[in-house]
Design a binder for this molecule. Structure first.
Ligand code: GLU
Length: 485
C-alpha cells in the first residue's frame, strides 16, 4: 500500500515573509490537493540568533491572505507536533546520539579558532574547503576522556569519501555527487541545537512527509540528507526541486532587484488570485485549450484542477513584475464594480490603519489625509533634480552616502519606526553629518516634499523595497544632475 501523501513547507522565520515561500507553498498545496493528501507548515527556527516570532506571525498572515491554508502547523496543531523546531531539540539530540553510536556521525572537539585557522590555510594553499577530518577517527579512549572532562563538541556527519552519492529528483532524474565533495557537515552544534540538515531530515521522517517539494537551491544539500536517511535506515521521501525565482539576469531573486516581501505585494494592492496565477506560471504552464490557445490567466481552483507536477520545467523562469502587473489588471477586470469597490475599501482601510497615528495630530478635516499620504502611492519619487538639488551638497559624496544608507536599510529588522530611527541616528553620528540637512535630503527623496509626517514614520509606512528604490533613484539623480548654474 502506498503511504498517504504528506507534503510540507518549512520556512525559517527570519526577516520579511518571502515571495518564494508563497511560491513553494502553492506547489505543495496543489500537489496535496491532487493526491488528497495533507499540507504541513513547519517552522524551522533553529537559528536562534536570526529567528523571531514577529517574522513567524507574518508568514502565517501572508499565507492566509493568499488563501494558501495548511492542515497542520504550529498555530493549528496536528498529530505530528510540535511543528516548531525550537520545541523539538530533545528529539534531535536523541537522534544525533543514535548516529554517533552507529558510527554514521562523530563528535568533533575542534575549537572555533582551530576551524578558522584551517579555513585560512585552505584559502592560502588553495585546498578545497570543508572540514579536514581531524576528529573523524579519534581513538575511542581519547573521545571518552574529552567527554568526561566536558569538552564542548559538535556532532558531524561521517560522509563516505570514496563513494558516489546519488540523489533522485523527480524532475531531473539521478544527480550524482562525489563523496569527497560532501562535507562532514555539523549536525548538532556545541549548544545542543541542530543544524538545518539534521532537523529537516528527522522531522520529514517523523512527520511522515512523502514528497519534499522545495526550491532548487537545496539540491546541493540533498546528498547530505540522503546519507542521513541511509544512516537511520529510513526510506527517503521523493525529492522535487522547483526552479528558482530569478532576477532578469537569471541570478537568484534578490531584494536588491525585486520586491521579495509578501508585505510589498499586499500593500501595493496585488490580488491574491493574480499573485498566485503569476507564481504558478514560474516554471509551470496550464495545458493549452483544445484549439491550441495558451491559457495563462486562471484562478487558484482552475490551477488545482489542472495541476500536474510533471509539467514543471526546470529552465529558470524570470520574475517579471511587468507581467505580474498585467495579470493583476486582468484579474481586476474579472471582478464586478461592486467587488472592486469592496476591495478598494479594504485596501485603503489598511493604509489608513497604518497612518492614522501620524495623521491624528495633523488633520483639520478628514480629507486632508490626501495631502499627507500621497507619497505612499506615488512611483515617481526620488527622480526630480529640482527638488533634490538644494540638498545635494557635494554630489558625488552625497550619492555615495545614499548608497551606503540603502545597504544599511536592507538589513534593518524589524522594519519599524524605532529601528529606523536608531539606524539613522547611528548613521548621522558615524558620518559626522548635519542631522537636519541630511534628514531633509531623505525626506525629499522618500516623500517628495519638505513637509511630511516624521521621517521615521514615513519610511516605516512604506515597504522597504519602495524606500530602497527611491533612495537609489535619488542617488542616481544626484550623481547625474548638472552642477548648479
Ligand atoms: N528551512 C528551509 C528554508 O528556509 C527549508 C528548506 C527545505 O524545504 O528543506 O527554506
Amino acid at each position: 500500500m502506498t503511504r498517504p501523501v504528506r507534503v510540507r513547507i518549512a520556512p525559517s522565520p527570519t526577516g520579511d515573509p518571502h515571495v518564494g515561500t508563497a511560491y513553494i507553498a502553492l506547489f505543495n498545496l496543489a500537489f496535496a490537493r491532487q493526491h488528497r493528501g495533507k499540507f504541513v507548515l513547519r517552522i524551522e527556527d533553529t537559528d536562534q540568533a536570526r529567528s523571531n516570532r514577529d517574522s513567524e506571525e507574518m508568514i502565517f498572515a501572508s499565507l492566509r491572505w493568499l488563501g494558501l491554508s495548511w492542515d497542520e502547523g504550529p498555530d493549528v496543531g496536528g498529530p505530528f507536533g510540535p511543528y516548531r523546531q525550537s520545541e523539538r531539540t530533545a528529539i534531535y539530540q536523541q537522534h544525533a546520539k543514535t548516529l554517533i553510536e552507529s558510527g554514521a556521525a562523530y563528535r568533533c572537539f575542534c575549537t572555533k579558532e582551530r576551524l578558522e585557522e584551517m579555513r585560512l590555510d585552505q584559502q592560502r594553499f588553495k585546498r578545497s574547503p570543508g572540514y579536514d577530518g581531524r576528529c573523524r577517527d579519534l581513538p575511542p579512549g581519547e573521545v571518552e576522556a574529552l567527554v568526561a572532562e566536558r569538552a564542548p563538541f559538535t556532532v558531524r556527519l561521517r560522509a563516505p569519501k570514496e563513494e558516489e552519492v546519488v540523489c533522485q529528483d523527480r524532475l531531473r532524474g539521478a544527480i550524482a555527487f562525489q563523496g569527497r565533495e560532501i562535507d562532514d557537515q555539523i549536525l548538532l552544534k556545541a549548544d545542543g541545537y541542530p543544524t538545518y540538515h539534521l532537523a529537516n531530515v528527522v522531522d520529514d521522517h517523523l512527520m511522515e512527509i512523502t514528497h519534499v517539494i522545495r526550491a532548487e537551491e537545496w539540491i546541493s544539500s540533498t546528498p547530505k540528507h540522503v546519507l542521513l536517511y541511509r544512516a537511520f535506515d529510513w526510506p527517503p521521501p521523493e525529492f522535487i526541486h522547483m526552479p528558482l525565482l530569478r532576477n532578469q539576469d537569471k541570478s537568484k531573486i534578490s531584494k536588491r532587484r525585486n520586491p521579495c516581501s509578501l508585505n510589498y505585494y499586499r500593500d501595493a494592492g496585488y490580488l491574491p488570485a493574480a499573485l498566485l496565477n503569476f507564481l504558478a506560471l514560474q516554471g509551470w504552464s496550464m495545458p493549452p485549450k483544445e484549439d491550441g490557445t495558451e491559457v495563462d490567466r486562471f484562478t487558484l481552483e482552475e490551477f488545482f484542477a489542472h495541476f500536474n507536477i510533471d509539467r514543471v520545467k526546470t529552465g529558470g523562469p524570470v520574475f517579471d513584475l511587468k507581467k505580474l502587473e498585467a495579470i493583476n489588471g486582468d484579474h481586476i477586470r474579472r471582478k464586478s464594480v461592486d467587488e472592486i469597490a469592496a476591495l478598494l475599501k479594504e485596501h485603503a482601510g489598511r493604509w489608513f490603519e497604518k497612518t492614522a497615528h501620524f495623521l491624528h495630530d495633523r488633520l483639520d478635516k478628514l480629507s486632508d489625509f490626501a495631502r499627507y499620504t500621497d507619497f505612499l502611492f506615488r512611483d515617481d519619487l526620488g527622480r526630480d533634480p529640482a527638488l533634490l538639488r538644494p540638498y545635494a551638497g557635494d554630489r558625488q559624496e552625497t550619492a555615495k552616502r545614499l548608497k551606503t544608507l540603502t545597504e544599511e536599510f536592507e538589513q534593518v529588522v524589524p522594519w519599524k519606526p524605532a529601528t529606523i530611527t536608531d539606524l539613522l541616528a547611528r548613521f548621522v553620528a558615524r558620518h559626522g553629518l548635519d542631522r537636519k540637512e541630511f534628514f531633509m535630503l531623505l525626506r525629499v527623496a522618500v516623500t517628495g516634499s519638505t513637509v511630511s509626517p516624521p521621517l521615521d514614520e514615513s519610511i516605516a509606512a512604506l515597504d522597504r523595497f519602495v524606500v530602497l528604490e527611491r533612495l537609489r533613484a535619488a542617488a542616481k539623480t544626484i550623481r547625474e544632475m548638472k552642477p548648479a548654474p
